[in-house]
Design a protein around this ligand. Sequence first.
Ligand SMILES: NC(=O)c1ccc[n+]([C@@H]2O[C@H](COP(=O)([O-])OP(=O)(O)OC[C@H]3O[C@@H](n4cnc5c(N)ncnc54)[C@H](O)[C@@H]3O)[C@@H](O)[C@H]2O)c1
Length: 319
Amino acid sequence: MRGSHDSPRHAVVTGGAGFLGSHLCAELLSRGTEVTCVDDLCTALPEDERPRPDQPGYTMLRADVTEPFEIERPVDLVLHFASPASPADYLRLPLHTLETGSLGTRNALALARRHGARFVLASTSEVYGDPLEHPQSERYWGNVNPVGPRSVYDEAKRFGEALTVAEAEAHGTDTGIVRLFNTYGPRMRGHDGRAVPTFIRQALAGEPLTVTGDGGQTRSLTYVDDTVAGVLAMAASDLRGPVNLGNPTEITMLELARTVIRLTGSSSEIQLIDRPTDDPMVRCPDITLARGKLQWEPRVDAADGLSRTVSWFRAHRAR
Ligand SMILES: NC(=O)c1ccc[n+]([C@@H]2O[C@H](COP(=O)([O-])OP(=O)(O)OC[C@H]3O[C@@H](n4cnc5c(N)ncnc54)[C@H](O)[C@@H]3O)[C@@H](O)[C@H]2O)c1
């Protein structure tokens, strides 16, 4: 679906100094959109991997979105990506995660309302919890433990979705919600606790790859360029969503570990360790909606995306 937002002049990207945000900023700048990144740097990339502060069209505003913030120039797109996102980060920052999903989303929505801007919330497949329906379509309401350790992230995102829908109803703000499934690629931090960077770091160091449980749990892994394309298609549309953006090819954690060992040529072994509490058993998106309404589907398969990521880790993380 083509909408009325095809060429934003100025976008605000909250969380723009993080993994996904930095890729989004780079792609927007390459399309000629000016970008203001709003980030408190709590889980940001190292400085030399963030967008360069002196880049033409790029402004960095160091701010915590849980506090109200204003942008003086007109804004026509707000991509709300600020939030600790990896288990290691949100377990370390539980209250900040809840406040970013609630107060932070409220402040980002208020910014979009004041500027008459299109707003897109980065929600997550974690809203489906440990799903009882497979694959997960947007109509599924989820199976989330509201008091488990992961709830700080899952419930913050669920509340953020509710807030986004309420904002559109109450004030007519032009909002959209994307539910992102696990995204991987260059610039991930090796110690952020997510499976792809953990396995690549361990394989390159010759350490055992720590697979949780029996490794039979599945995930949907989307290469970052595909996720960025989907988010920007959503931003350009008039869709409210939620819309799933993810790769419908499921992979088990054991398969992923073996693939990383093969791609790195590592002699590492696989070590089975305990599964974290409330770790979902399966993950696989139904992307009928994204295919039909955004003409979006992933283009990069796992072998290609993982080998690009391994090459990047060899050059940047194996120092
Ligand atoms: N990467 C994924 O696989 C994935 C999957 C689903 C959803 N998401 C969502 O996408 C967004 C980005 O994820 P990511 O993987 O790039 O994570 P990330 O941790 O690399 O980036 C998040 C960024 O947000 C910033 N931030 C956090 N709280 C903030 C606050 N209160 N004020 C200002 N800045 C703040 C951090 O400093 C960081 O730069 C998150 O909202 C996440 O929930 C990511």
